[in-house]
Every structure is written in C-alpha cells, then in structure tokens.
Design a protein around this ligand. Structure first.
Ligand SMILES: O=C(O)c1cc(=O)[nH]c(=O)n1[C@@H]1O[C@H](COP(=O)(O)O)[C@@H](O)[C@H]1O
Length: 287
C-alpha cells in the first residue's frame, strides 16, 4: 500500500517532499542545451535534482501545470519524470487537483493511476462531493494507490470558502476533513494511516494542534514551506513524531542555487533539503 510506503520513506529519509514544479525559466542558462526542446531540458534538470536529493527526501510531487504549459513536449517530460522516479523506487505524488462527476473521475483515476502518467498518489479537489472521490477507491483497493484531498489550503484565498462557518460552528474545511477521514477509515494501512490523505497548508497555524489531534489516521501533504513563508516550527505541529505528513517545497528547492552563489543547482537543492529536514526535525524535538 502506497501510504505505508510513504510512511516508511519518511521514517527512513525524512518528511521533505521535493516539488518538481519545474518551469523552463528556472534552469540556469549555462545548463540549457539549445539543441534540445524545453521539455527535454526540463527532464534533464529534474533528473539531476532527483539524483542529488534522493537520500534526503521522503518523496516527490510533480505539479502537472508546469508540464502542460509546454504542450506535448512538456507532457513527455512529465511522463519521463514520473517513470524516472518510479524506476528508482521513490514515491511520487501527481499534483493534478482533479474533481468531477463520478464517470469523469473514473477516467481521471485511470489517467493517473495507470498507463503513461502512472503515479503513486494524486491530489483531488473535494468541492463536487463524495461521489467525485469514490471512483478513486478502485485503485486504492486494487493497486494500493492513495489520494490527498484539499482540506485547508496554504493560500490566502483559503479564507474565501474553506474558513466559512457552518450552522454547527465548524468551518467548511472541518466538514471536508471530517467527511474524508470517516470515508478513509475503510482504507487504513499497517502504520495506521489511510489511503485518503489530506492537504493541509503549512502557512496557517491557528488550529494546527487541533487538526493533527482530530485526524490521527490522515497522512498530511503540507505545502507552503519556504517560498510561501511556512516555517519549520509551524509545520512541525502538523506532524506526529516527525512522520504522519510530508512537507512540500518547490521553488525553495529548485531555485536554491540563486541563494547559494557559486553552488550548482543540484548541490544547492541538496543543501536546501538538508537544511529543511534538519529544521523540521529540530522543531519536532522541541514540541
Ligand atoms: O496541493 C498542493 O500541493 C498545494 C496545496 C496548497 O494548499 N498549496 C500549495 O501551494 N500547493 C502546491 O504546492 C506547491 C507549492 O510550491 P512552492 O510555493 O513553490 O513551494 C505548488 O505545487 C502548489 O500547487
């Protein structure tokens, strides 16, 4: 089961999730091979980032928009990046944020859990309701796949809908978390975490302790570290003994070389992962 595998990867290598949100403009000029396409260069860059960070990252998240924006060339880079990660036995989250009626969701599940774009996990948006989530369970049962459902996101706009209060006093994000964790209880793994995980942004911390305590069996995907301002001491509160979640940083890792003059991008990415991992471990030890 992939959620058990992710738990074990975090236990072995730490909670850092390297976000491969690779825009062509992030590539150092002297790295770009002008004989190759944008997608081919992006894939070359990703391979170096993966090789440099694979001992210090629990998993990888590949944001599909960065690849779609380069058309078929970008999607080839997306496919190659997923295949490369899977061939090295590194857990990979397809950040595709899907959400649609059940029949269409069946196709999204097929698109991202088998074939050219097969990943171990995918991100989902819950707005259309539980029948838009249900079709993914076929792949949880048959192939052990997992999903991360947006619950309380890292952006400022989280306040527009997710923080709205219901008549019973709960936030809309509480409703999402309560429903999804109840639903996920049929898919618990041996480490106590369900194949249905939640996306909990690391930038809002008011209710961190409450959220962690309430959703004990939900593994969290925690974006917002670094470029969006999330700090290790805040994020640590969403983890449970340093596990139970994976902390994403994309620009902070891919562009680390710009803050480390004289250091190549792959080594700078490694350094950033190590700093992040140590800062989170230190913050966890102080809780
Ligand atoms: O689902 C996500 O991954 C996600 C949810 C959320 O609440 N906030 C958020 O930033 N993300 C993603 O996490 C990554 C954050 O990137 P950086 O801000 O560059 O570290 C991007 O791929 C976002 O699409």
């Amino acid at each position: 089961m992939q959620m058990d595998r992710l738990y074990e990867a975090v236990e072995a290598r730490g909670p850092v999730c390297v976000g491969l949100d690779t825009d062509f403009t992030y590539l150092p000029e002297d790295f770009v091979d002008s004989a190759l396409t944008a997608g081919e260069n992006i894939f070359r860059f990703n391979k170096e980032i993966i090789e440099a960070t694979k001992e210090v990252a629990g998993c990888y998240k590949v944001q599909i928009a960065y690849y779609e924006s380069y058309g078929l060339d970008g999607l080839t880079a997306y496919k190659n990046t997923l295949a490369y990660l899977r061939s090295r036995n590194l857990p990979v989250i397809a950040d595709v944020k899907r959400g649609d009626i059940a029949k269409t969701a069946e196709m999204y599940a097929k698109a991202h859990f088998e074939g050219d774009f097969e990943a171990d996990f995918m991100t989902l948006a819950p707005y259309m309701g539980m029948d838009s989530i249900e079709p993914y369970t076929k792949y949880m049962r048959e192939k052990g796949k997992g999903v991360f459902v947006l619950c309380r996101t890292s952006n400022g706009g989280a306040r527009d809908f997710e923080y709205e209060k219901l008549a019973d006093g709960r936030h809309v994000y509480d409703l999402v978390g309560d429903k999804l964790t109840a639903f996920g209880r049929d898919y618990l793994g041996e480490h106590g975490y369900s194949s249905v995980g939640l996306v909990i942004g690391g930038t809002h911390i008011e209710e961190a302790k409450e959220i962690r305590a309430k959703y004990k069996d939900a593994f969290f995907l925690i974006p917002g570290y670094g470029a969006q301002g999330g700090k290790a001491e805040d994020i640590a509160q969403y983890l449970s003994k340093g596990n139970g979640g994976t902390v994403n940083s994309s620009r902070g890792i891919l562009l680390a070389y710009k803050k480390q003059p004289g250091t190549g991008f792959a080594e700078a990415a490694y350094n950033e992962c190590v700093n992040m991992k140590e800062a989170i471990a230190d913050a966890c030890s102080k809780l």
